[in-house]
Design a protein around this ligand. Structure first.
Ligand SMILES: Cc1cc2nc3c(=O)[nH]c(=O)nc-3n(C[C@H](O)[C@H](O)[C@H](O)COP(=O)(O)OP(=O)(O)OC[C@H]3O[C@@H](n4cnc5c(N)ncnc54)[C@H](O)[C@@H]3O)c2cc1C
Length: 383
């Protein structure tokens, strides 16, 4: 017999997990479905750690969302006694010749009442002697921002959504077809799952599931992450000595030695276009050489440090980096929730709340998140 739900959420990454959580808390009968499992190894939410920062240059909408999400993450961790899932390392922005993004960030943070400190080069040198500051002109520190322990945080959100009444199942959902309101989705095993609304929070898979509408509008890119081993007994790369860091001009970011995993570092530039089910999860030698050269420049004491762990993941980019949150243009009870574009994790709680509001309260959609604004040519504008 077909079981009927109010809402089926397809995809148990950070966006789907928080959407199910908010909907269940609002009394909806929710089923959360995923092909491989919550924050599984192939998903964008699978990393051990993700940065939560408030700064977004002049892009105030994401600062607002990050503030809202920060409060919800903190409330969630406090309620579940999961202080282990957040590290308040601080986030340090480092600007080179072109300091525009950091200057814009300072203006927006001040307007939004976010605490921050600004440093000239001399102060940076004194505070962070372990960082190679060649070419750096100044910095901005968000002392209250830090790192979410991503994979485990998603698992905790799903567990709590289930406690609130949601059902979680591992199934593969096929592309829905129809017009107007569809009654059900079908799994790869042929099972029908009926619901009033269907939220597809499928990350890099959105283009595969909806090839006609999204195939050319979601650009999955390969992203490689490295952990460098810290010299024995050396605390210069651990918090509080080293905060989470963002080098603006090199588009690199990373975080201090958390849970003794080593210094995490990665390049935020988009890698080659990949297929999330099958892409190789082994880093390339070229990337190893590139990141080694970067680490030697920015953290000279780690120039010969061993790489103790690597990860390969994918971003699910939209044309400019704005989220995609909209209804399907033909199936009116089918929703797209994605386009995290390498910066979405932190926003999970705010995303879930927004989607619940759109579906249950019929709140107006933000134009920037609409399908209509998603181009088929990439011009990245959100960082
Ligand atoms: C290396 C890296 C570093 C990042 N760093 C940061 C950071 O520091 N800060 C930050 O805020 N963000 C960061 N991000 C971005 C952030 O991780 C993503 O925006 C976010 O995780 C996207 O979550 P999602 O739920 O949309 O997608 P996903 O986590 O990919 O989840 C999608 C889910 O859908 C499921 N699915 C797909 N198809 C089907 C189907 N047919 N049936 C059932 N289930 C299906 C998949 O199995 C998957 O679990 C980073 C991303 C990467 C890759």
């Amino acid at each position: 017999m077909t079981k009927t739900y109010d809402i089926a959420v397809i995809g148990a990454g950070v966006f789907g997990a928080w959407t199910a959580w908010h909907l269940a808390r609002r009394g909806q009968r929710v089923v959360l479905l995923d092909s491989y499992g919550p924050a599984n190894a192939r998903s964008s939410s699978a990393g051990e750690s993700r940065i939560i920062r408030m700064g977004y240059g002049a892009d105030e909408i994401y600062t607002r969302w990050a503030q809202r999400a920060y409060t919800q993450w903190q409330d969630f961790f406090a309620a579940g006694q999961r202080s282990d899932l957040f590290h308040k390392t601080g986030v340090l922005w480092l600007a080179g010749k072109d300091g525009a993004r950091v200057r814009d960030t300072a203006v927006v943070l001040a307007r939004r009442g976010v605490r921050f400190e600004q440093f000239d080069l001399r102060t940076l040198e004194a505070r962070y002697p372990q960082i190679g500051l060649d070419g750096i002109a100044g910095g901005l520190l968000e002392p209250d921002s830090g790192v979410l322990m991503a994979r485990r945080a998603v698992a905790a959100v799903v567990e709590d959504a289930v406690r609130a009444g949601a059902e979680y199942r591992t199934v593969v959902v096929a592309t829905p077809h129809g017009a107007g309101k569809i009654a059900a989705v079908v799994t790869s095993a042929g099972e029908r799952i009926a619901a009033g609304e269907f939220v597809f929070a499928c990350g890099a898979w959105l283009g595969k599931i909806f090839p006609d509408l999204l195939g050319g509008r979601i650009f999955p890119s390969r992203q490689e992450v490295f952990f460098f081993g810290i010299p024995p007994g050396d605390l210069r790369f651990s918090p509080p000595a080293l905060p989470t860091f963002l080098f603006q001009e090199e588009l690199s970011y990373g975080m201090p030695d958390l849970e003794s995993r080593g210094l995490k570092i990665a390049l935020d530039a988009h890698g080659e276009c990949v297929e999330p089910d099958t892409q190789s999860r082994i880093v390339s030698l070229k990337s190893v050489e590139e990141i080694r050269a970067h680490v030697a420049r920015r953290f000279p004491a780690l120039g010969n440090a061993p790489i103790v762990e690597t990860r390969v993941c994918q971003y699910e980019n939209t044309s400019n980096g704005d989220f995609l949150i909209d209804q399907h243009s033909e199936m009116e009870n089918v929703w797209f929730v994605g386009g995290g574009s390498g910066h979405g994790f932190k926003h999970g709680p705010a995303m879930g709340e927004y989607v619940a509001g759109r579906i249950l309260d019929h709140t107006a959609g933000e134009e920037r998140f609409s399908l209509a604004t998603k181009d088929v040519v990439q011009r990245r504008a959100v960082y």
